[in-house]
Write a protein that binds this ligand. Structure first.
Ligand code: SAM
Length: 184
């Protein structure tokens, strides 16, 4: 079985957007307890590496690293483990919540922006990026740089995501590294 209810969110996103394809190299940021990693393996990704601050029980067919994805050596380390640049970067990361909605919102957007910065360092041309964001306005900040770097950018609320939660996912496909400006 799946280790998390969150697994169903990735299943639904993948059913709709066909993100995971056989042979792919996939990075799962914020992998604990391992549900999304399981789904990526099950759906045929050839190489899957998960990263989390928390320890994660081994997932057959994947490698999981305990650490902060922001560590400066993490992009090179993950590309090395995958045997090449990633075809898909997934982020279901969430910061610890404070209960103060505006603060929580800014924190999760910060995390999603960092995940985007990370993704452009590790993705192969044509690659995809999925990140959890929260509705509330500033997720729009990310939209311009994402539309620059990816051919297609969409937002989706999978049915498995609770209606009361302002969580949603940004789904970007068709990474075009030549469109990233060199000075940032
Ligand atoms: N998708 C997972 C699944 O299906 O099992 C659930 C992920 S959980 C909602 C979010 C995770 O993000 C937490 O385990 C948390 O430790 C991790 N996280 C938050 N900040 C992180 C960081 N800077 N580096 C790595 N992991 C981080």
């Amino acid at each position: 079985g799946w280790r998390s209810r969150a697994a169903f969110k990735l299943i639904e996103l993948d059913d709709r957007f066909h993100l995971i394809r056989p042979g792919m190299r996939v990075i799962d940021l914020g992998a604990a307890p391992g549900g999304w990693t399981q789904v990526a393996v099950k759906r045929g990704a050839a190489y899957v590496v998960g990263v989390d601050l928390l320890p994660v029980d081994p997932v057959a067919g994947a490698t999981i690293i305990e650490g902060d994805f922001n560590d400066p050596d993490m992009p090179a380390r993950l590309i090395d483990l995958l045997g090449g640049p990633a075809d898909l970067v997934l982020s279901d990361m969430a910061p610890n919540t404070t209960g103060h909605a505006p603060t929580d919102h800014l924190r999760i957007i910060g995390l999603a922006e960092l995940a985007l910065d990370f993704a452009v360092k590790v993705l192969a041309p044509g690659g995809g990026f999925v990140a959890k964001v929260f509705q509330g306005g500033s997720e729009k900040q990310m939209l311009a740089p994402m539309k620059q770097a990816f051919a297609t950018v969409r937002h989706a609320k999978p049915p498995a995501s609770r209606k009361e939660s302002s969580e949603l996912y940004v789904v970007a496909t068709g990474f075009r590294p030549e469109r990233i400006s060199q000075d940032d």
